[in-house]
Design a protein around this ligand. Structure first.
Ligand code: MLT
Length: 255
């Protein structure tokens, strides 16, 4: 069972958040879209107000999103907007529930799984969170999550992101790190995505840089790529105006 924000009416757009955040990272999108769309932003399992899953995995997160739509009696196809970890979940949903999709927005994310070095780094982060709590990893992550423009000129975004990440529960963060570490390769399934797809990426994203976004867009039939200026990995929070423009142009084109 997931807890979500559910606002507005119209075609359904579901927002899936990044690690280690929760649905509050989408405030700048929810407010600007809810007069035209029904916007649903769940906390993924173990984050924010949603309970932990007994056996967390990216596929299980995607199934929880599908169940959440069932709980709300939403049977019409929806557009999924996933950023980074949310993008992994959106790709798993696209593979497992293709008939429930009307469109896909993949922001600051990628299809390949963790390589051995990345898996080892997840294990280190898990050990740090177990030993010293979530805040112990947040300050190390912030310079990667936010672009240099934000770090220099938008202290309020840095502070809000730090606060959001630090408020997560250790058990949820550990479970998600395990799910991220063990996630399957989504690359072989990209060719089968048959809905309109938009790939967004912050031009200063160092975790999933524009070159990776370009490969992702090239692998999905008909996908478009939009680069968000003056934004890093959390492009929606760093440059909401450009992010929302790109998103709305896409959404109005498909509905
Ligand atoms: C995220 O922002 O969700 C993370 O960068 C995902 C990851 O660590 O792979």
């Amino acid at each position: 069972m997931l807890i979500s924000t559910d606002k507005g009416s119209g075609p359904v757009v579901v927002f899936l958040h990044a690690f280690p955040l929760d649905r509050r990272m989408w405030l700048g999108q929810i407010e600007s879209l809810a007069d035209m769309y029904r916007v649903i932003a769940p906390d993924l399992p173990g984050f924010g107000d949603s309970p932990l899953l007994a056996q967390p995995s990216i596929d299980a997160f995607a199934d929880q999103v599908a169940e959440h739509l069932d709980d709300k009696d939403i049977s019409q196809p929806v557009t999924l907007v996933g950023l980074s970890m949310g993008g992994y979940v959106a790709l798993a949903f696209a593979r497992r529930q293709p008939h429930r999709l009307a469109g896909l927005v993949l922001a600051d994310t990628k299809a390949p799984p963790d390589d051995p070095a990345a898996r080892a780094q997840r294990d280190q982060l898990i050990a740090t969170v177990r030993r010293a709590g979530v805040t112990a990893i947040v300050d190390a992550m912030l310079p990667k999550l936010l672009g240099s423009s934000t770090q220099h000129a938008r202290p309020e975004v840095v502070a809000a992101t730090r606060q959001l990440a630090s408020s997560q529960r250790s058990e949820g963060v550990i479970a998600a790190l395990q799910a991220l570490r063990d996630r399957p390769d989504a690359t072989p399934h990209l060719q089968q995505i048959a809905v309109p797809t938009l790939v967004l990426v912050g031009e200063e994203d160092t975790i999933t840089p524009p070159s990776i976004a370009q490969s992702l867009a090239q692998a999905i039939p008909g996908a478009r790529l939009v680069v968000i200026p003056q934004a890093g990995h959390l492009a929606n929070a760093e440059n909401p105006t450009a992010f929302n423009d790109g998103l709305l142009t896409f959404l109005t084109g498909i509905s």
